[in-house]
Design a protein around this ligand. Structure first.
Ligand SMILES: [Fe+2]
Length: 198
């Protein structure tokens, strides 16, 4: 492979890394969504899958602007984050809420990595005055930030609170938990997928 001998070559290299990361995510996000129990979490992940597919296309447009082929360069960082996430999510949890909390953590690691990668690439594209590329990357960066924010909201408002309550429940306050969440024990054990929990 040719050496990276200019800022332009560096930018192309960065975009190839992000391109690989996004393509990996189009396969990894559906797996996370499938394991999610909370409706809000699942739809946030599905929505971000659609965005990720558009981000892949934006990167292809960016390569086109730069007169470069859209080639992916294996992104070891994202591969590791995805592997670790799958490992954690696949562990045994006494309660679905606990797994949802882990899914959020994994997804947020992904988002933060991407936010960093896009931020650097945008700075370099700006230095090189590739305005169209800056615009495309900024659009994707905005989506990553919003996805991260949404996950934080879900973690704070729904999932982690319920996971914490499950602990409480185990220490003897089952009735209070069931009443406050508006859900029966049968629901909490078996029909979570159809429960919107708002
Ligand atoms: Fe992304």
């Amino acid at each position: 492979m040719a050496s990276i001998d200019s800022m332009n070559a560096l930018l192309v290299d960065e975009l190839r890394d992000i391109y690989d990361a996004e393509k990996r995510l189009t396969k990894a996000i559906p797996k996370l969504a499938k394991k999610a129990t909370n409706d809000e979490l699942r739809s946030a992940l599905e929505e971000h899958l659609d965005e990720t597919e558009q981000q892949v296309q934006r990167l292809e447009q960016a390569f086109e602007h730069l007169g470069e082929s859209a080639k992916a360069k294996p992104c070891a960082g994202m591969r590791g984050i995805i592997e670790e996430g799958e490992e954690h999510v696949g562990e045994d949890y006494d309660d679905d809420d606990l797994r949802d909390a882990v899914i959020i953590g994994s997804a947020q690691r992904v988002e933060h990595y991407e936010i960093a990668a896009y931020g650097t690439a945008i700075a370099h594209a700006r230095l090189l005055e590739h305005d169209e590329v800056v615009g495309l990357l900024e659009e994707s960066l905005e989506e990553e930030k919003n996805a991260d924010k949404k996950l934080t909201e879900i973690a704070e408002s729904v999932v982690n609170l319920e996971a914490a309550n499950e602990d409480e429940e185990q220490s003897g306050s089952r009735r209070r938990f069931s009443a406050s969440s508006g859900r029966s024990t049968a629901q909490s054990q078996g029909r979570r997928r159809s429960n919107s929990r708002r």
